[in-house]
Design a protein around this ligand. Structure first.
Ligand SMILES: Nc1ncnc2c1ncn2[C@@H]1O[C@H](COP(=O)(O)OP(=O)(O)OP(=O)(O)O)[C@@H](O)[C@H]1O
Ligand SMILES: *[C@@H]1O[C@H](CO)[C@@H](O)[C@H](O)[C@H]1NC(C)=O
Ligand SMILES: *[C@@H]1O[C@H](CO)[C@@H](O)[C@H](O)[C@H]1NC(C)=O
Ligand SMILES: *[C@@H]1O[C@H](CO)[C@@H](O)[C@H](O)[C@H]1NC(C)=O
Ligand SMILES: *[C@@H]1O[C@H](CO)[C@@H](O)[C@H](O)[C@H]1NC(C)=O
Ligand SMILES: *[C@@H]1O[C@H](CO)[C@@H](O)[C@H](O)[C@H]1NC(C)=O
Ligand SMILES: CC(=O)N[C@H]1CO[C@H](CO)[C@@H](O)[C@@H]1O
Ligand SMILES: [Mg+2]
Length: 704
């Protein structure tokens, strides 16, 4: 089955619309109104931010405070990190008396408590990257830390090194086996490195039901984390809960860890996040901290609103489909546009104002392209002097056609010719190949004819693999061509000179009727018009000698060509050739064979019927052979005035008039010679029927 390009394009447009609508609904959800930012901050060893508008935080990396007060640590840019620090260092150590033999005073990390509300919004994706962390560090210079799985805290070299003096609570959304992560959605306690000293899957112990509830960190929903460190007991608790849920009494993690050797006395507290390959935004909506006490509670009502609440509601199907579909869609759109452009170029046509009146005869290039399977080499019927001919089936009407592609550029003659094509298109005769219409492109003219299943007559005459035509078939073909020519010359509304009568332009339809094709085409190649024509186009052997002087095609020049054709069909020989294949008579000292001379010689020697095609094996009526040969000679008369008209020809063939005897002695003065006077452009196109003439500068000149 073949997909129509039109349907592909409309499908793409549909996809695009769906995508745009999805994007709009998404954008609308993001436009939620934001509350007024509140002045926030703190002094000494405690602070509270409910929204970060105006907050005196030190930000680095991707971190920005959005207009509505949300702190966005990282945006969707891949492989990035962002940090937010409370600007001043905090004194983490307190002097403690240690019972030791030498009685010195040691220091230990003080208790502290912090809480923050965060949201990790993974963009469409069912995976996120990479995570967010609360951390305590001796230095705000995190330039050496790596993004992605290092969470903007460590790098490959310093990870796990005790000299880091960094403590962190990580909210990790990627499973990194190298750090022995438990899953891709966990909370871990990190000391100097990313191999957590303790970790738990994200979730909380629900007070009411006393069950554990899973939470997905990157769901985009706001959640709260509490980190409580008891310096005396060296015990750390980490608790997680959705924002609507009050702090659960049972922490998610309760870890015995002594931070005294970890955190430095003067240390900074900060929030860090990093992105990996997946597009993720890490937000913090509020944050509070206290040394030696509980972190001030956060009022959810004062926190900025989240942008991506719609993510929660979007179906899983879309979550999977959209990220997959987006690149595909982009690809499809690009492909669609390219296809359109390609089609534009591929099927581009030339159409001008003067053609309007010929509209009905105009075919679209696209139809012809489809009809011929893209001008498939397998459909090539033949290559002639003017171009290639392809077999095709028209898409709608399913009629079989032959499409001839003629390359041509001259606009003036094209116009004339198209006018002729259009008028000839109305011309109907059982011995003329119906011309259905045309199409024009830059430098190309396409002519659409009825398909003739039995091909051209010259194939039947000269292709040794084809069965020989019987005498009756030959006579019928000649009668048909004569009748077709008569119609063109006299019976139609205007005189149409065929200009290229020859065996290859006589086609046989399904009932073996001979039909004339290719009329008028030669005209397209005439240089100039009218009597000033400097060039006559035709095929050697069929060009009337007077053309050398007059350069004007007339019905009489067609009759000359018809004469050559009659002799050709009767004798089964081409009008001129090199010595003629198996010809016994060389009637020209250049070794050229001229069929008319050869027949005339037979005529004088009384061996007229010996001139008939040997493939007939004598199976013919000698009287009819004589009639055809005499007719052929008469029509081939060098003097145009001595040639009969087509009406007379038809009468001779029908026996309604008697043929006069040939009045001339011979054609021997017919010579193939170079022309010095500009007739050199009388070209024989490299037609399959003319094999004997090389070069384009030969002409038959009349003798007598
Ligand atoms: N309407 C048609 N139906 C079937 N076959 C055709 C038709 N028109 C042309 N052909 C085939 O295509 C071949 C090439 O035709 P084309 O007219 O291009 O060349 P030609 O007749 O040999 O030379 P010229 O260019 O002088 O006419 C013919 O030999 C014929 O077999
Ligand atoms: C992410 O933030 C950086 C710096 O703030 C900016 O240059 C970039 O355009 C942002 N990317 C997106 C997708 O918003
Ligand atoms: C931050 O640390 C890096 C090396 O880790 C150093 O090159 C850089 O100068 C430091 N920046 C500041 C502001 O101290
Ligand atoms: C830890 O870091 C320090 C200072 O950067 C360095 O001198 C030391 O070699 C590191 N230790 C290890 C095991 O890498
Ligand atoms: C919670 O997640 C764990 C794995 O992390 C899983 O085994 C368990 O079934 C989940 N429980 C619920 C109620 O979804
Ligand atoms: C940590 O949690 C335990 C209960 O699991 C509790 O007894 C303890 O007081 C908590 N400590 C802090 C500092 O919250
Ligand atoms: C100077 C000295 O000896 N200090 C020691 C006192 O005792 C503590 C703990 O026992 C040791 O760590 C010190 O090195
Ligand atoms: Mg032809």
């Amino acid at each position: 089955m073949q997909l129509k390009p039109d349907s592909i394009v409309s499908f793409l447009v549909f996809l695009l619309l769906v995508h745009v609508l999805l994007g709009l609904s998404h954008a609308a959800a993001a436009e939620a109104p934001a509350p007024e930012p509140e002045p926030a901050g703190g002094d000494g060893d405690r602070f509270r931010y409910e929204g970060f508008a105006g907050a005196r935080l030190d930000l680095d990396g991707m971190a920005v405070v959005e207009a509505d007060g949300k702190l966005m640590l990282t945006n969707v840019t891949s492989q990035m990190k962002g940090h937010a620090f409370h600007p001043a260092p905090l004194r983490f150590h307190a002097p403690v008396t240690v019972a030791s033999p030498n009685g010195t005073v040691a220091t230990a990390a003080r208790s502290f408590s912090t809480t923050f509300v965060f949201a990790i919004a993974a963009e469409y994706v069912t995976v996120s990257g990479n995570g967010l962390a609360f951390f305590v560090t001796p230095s705000k210079n995190m330039s050496a830390a790596s993004p992605s799985q290092f969470l903007g805290l460590f790098n490959i070299e310093n990870n796990g090194n005790a000299s880091n003096r960094v403590f962190a609570v990580e909210l990790d959304t990627i499973l990194n086996p190298e750090f022995r992560d438990i899953n891709s959605n966990h909370i871990g306690v990190d000391v100097n490195g990313l191999v957590s000293v303790a970790a738990q899957p994200a979730g909380y112990y629900d007070e009411g039901t006393d069950t554990f509830k899973n939470l997905t960190l990157f769901s985009g929903a706001a959640m709260q984390v509490w980190v409580d460190y008891d310096g005396r007991a060296a015990l750390l608790n980490v608790t997680l809960a959705p924002v609507e849920v009050p702090k659960p009494r049972k922490p998610l993690l309760s870890v015995a860890v002594d931070l005294s050797p970890v955190v430095t006395d003067a240390a900074y507290v900060g929030l860090s996040s990093s992105t990996g390959p997946f597009h993720t935004r890490h937000y913090v909506l509020g944050w509070s901290f206290a040394l030696g006490g509980s972190a001030p509670p956060l009022d959810y009502a004062k926190l900025p609103k989240l942008p991506l609440t719609s993510t929660k509601r979007r179906s899983k199907v879309l979550d999977v489909l959209v990220p997959v579909a987006t690149p595909l869609l982009a690809l499809a759109v690009v492909a669609g546009v390219s296809l359109l452009v390609w089609r534009r170029l591929r099927f581009a046509e030339l159409r001008e104002d003067w053609e309007v009146e010929f509209g009905p005869h105009r075919f679209t290039y696209k139809d012809l392209f489809q009809a011929t399977g893209g001008f498939d080499g397998k459909r090539l019927l033949g290559v002639g002097g003017f171009g290639r001919v392809y077999r095709g089936v028209l898409p709608v009407s399913k009629t079989e056609v032959a499409v001839k592609i003629v390359s041509h550029d001259a606009k003036q003659r094209m116009k004339q010719f198209v006018a002729e094509v259009a008028s000839i298109g109305r011309l109907r005769h059982r011995n003329v190949v119906p011309l259905l219409g045309y199409c024009r492109r830059k430098g190309e003219l396409l002519l659409v004819y009825d398909y003739m299943p039995n091909g051209s007559l010259d194939r039947w005459l000269f292709d040794q693999t084809a069965p020989p035509l019987s005498w009756a078939q030959r006579l019928r073909a000649i009668r048909g061509v004569a009748s077709g020519l008569l119609y063109l010359h006299e019976d139609w509304e205007q005189v149409v000179v065929h200009r290229d009568v020859k065996a290859s332009n006589v086609l046989l339809d399904g009932e073996m009727n001979a039909r004339l094709g290719d009329f008028g085409l030669a005209r397209l190649y005439d240089r100039g018009a009218g009597p000033q024509t400097t060039c006559v186009v035709g095929t050697m052997g069929y060009l009337a000698p007077e053309l050398a002087h007059t350069r004007r095609v007339t019905p009489a020049t067609d009759v000359f060509a018809f004469g050559s054709f009659v002799l050709e069909v009767a004798c089964g020989r081409r009008p001129i050739g090199h010595g003629g294949a198996g010809a016994s008579v060389d009637n020209d000292n250049d070794g050229h064979f001229v069929l008319a001379d050869w027949v005339l010689e037979r005529w004088h020697t009384g061996d007229i019927s010996g001139a008939a095609d040997s493939r007939l094996c004598g199976d013919y009526d000698p009287k009819e052979v004589v009639l055809l040969l005499k007719l052929g000679l008469l029509c081939s008369h060098p003097a145009p005035g001595a040639r009969p008209s087509m009406r007379q020809v038809v009468q001779f063939l029908d026996g309604d008039a008697t043929l006069p005897e040939p009045t001339y002695k011979s054609f021997t003065t017919l010579a193939i010679m170079q022309s010095a006077d500009g007739f050199s452009c009388a070209m024989s196109f490299p037609s399959s029927t003319v094999t004997s003439v090389e070069g384009a500068c030969s002409v038959l000149s009349g003798g007598g």
